[in-house]
Design a protein around this ligand. Structure first.
Ligand SMILES: [Zn+2]
Length: 269
């Protein structure tokens, strides 16, 4: 067996790495000037991934692919603004437990968390986008069912990811929550305002439910359902890059409106 030490000893690492580095240099896309390091960090969270496909559309589209394609487009649009730093909780087709997504946003010091989904409902006639904020009691039965299904995503991760947040953590977190909650609600209103007239909206589009992925006590968080995979028209629209770019443009506008009204402390976030 050839060990790493043996390779180092023989200078073989340089021999192996050089061609790879040359390739990486060639493959590097031309970047515009990045946003200043003090710019607020927007964490985009493409739902599902890897062994968790998310909802499967009426014609077979996987929600996880729509979520990643949409978040990637939104990152492209937001980065062009150079007013925010933008990161994704996942940039590949990998499984990430819900609590881990929250932890990534916290560890990176995100000022805003936007989870992106296109789930399914049992009623296939329901279509349109909607936005969700965290609440222990759901605004309606449909939202409660969505949260239950979303929170079940962790079943793909095995027993180690199934633990829910302990009660003590919840109580401590609630101290920070009031401020976060008002930020989340403001962001939800921004999203509905930006979607109105551009992206078809569900009736009463600003809803709330107990989504595990929205439980960062210190980061205003929303979950955007860009449409429903269970509806043929929504699925067809979300498969089109042009429609996803429209959704992203509306979200970009919503994020701009959110930060325009944010207190200075959050801007330096
Ligand atoms: Zn989802």
């Amino acid at each position: 067996m050839i060990t790493r030490r043996m390779l180092l000893g023989h200078g073989a690492v340089a021999w192996i790495c050089l061609p790879a580095m040359a390739w990486a240099k060639r493959a590097q896309p031309k970047r515009s000037t990045p946003a200043p390091s003090k710019a607020p960090l927007v964490m985009l969270d493409p739902g599902h991934g890897g062994k968790d496909p998310g909802a499967i559309g009426v014609s077979g589209t996987y929600e996880k692919h729509i979520a990643l394609a949409s978040a990637t487009e939104l990152r492209r649009q937001l980065s062009a603004d150079r007013r925010y730093r933008v990161e994704l909780t996942r940039t590949r087709d990998v499984f990430i437990p819900l609590a881990q997504r929250v932890k990534i946003a916290q560890a990176r010091g995100a000022a805003l968390f936007v989870s992106m989904h296109a789930d399914a409902l049992t009623d296939h006639s329901v279509r349109g986008a909607s936005v969700y904020t965290l609440s222990l009691s759901a605004s309606d039965a449909q939202s409660a069912a969505l949260a239950r299904r979303e929170n079940a995503a962790d079943r793909y991760g095995g027993a180690e990811f199934r633990g829910t947040s302990p009660e003590v953590a919840r109580i401590l977190a609630s101290l920070e929550r009031a401020e976060t909650r008002s930020g989340s609600a403001r962001m939800a209103r921004s999203v509905v305002g930006a979607f109105d007239g551009t992206v078809p909206l569900l009736q009463n589009p600003a809803r709330h439910a107990d989504f595990a992925v929205l439980q960062a006590a210190d980061i205003p968080s929303v979950l955007v359902e860009m449409g429903f995979m269970s509806n043929r028209a929504d699925e067809a629209a979300l498969r089109r890059p042009k429609h996803r770019a429209q959704v992203a443009a509306a979200l970009r506008e919503a994020i701009a409106a959110y930060f325009a009204g944010a207190p200075a402390a959050q801007l330096s976030g």
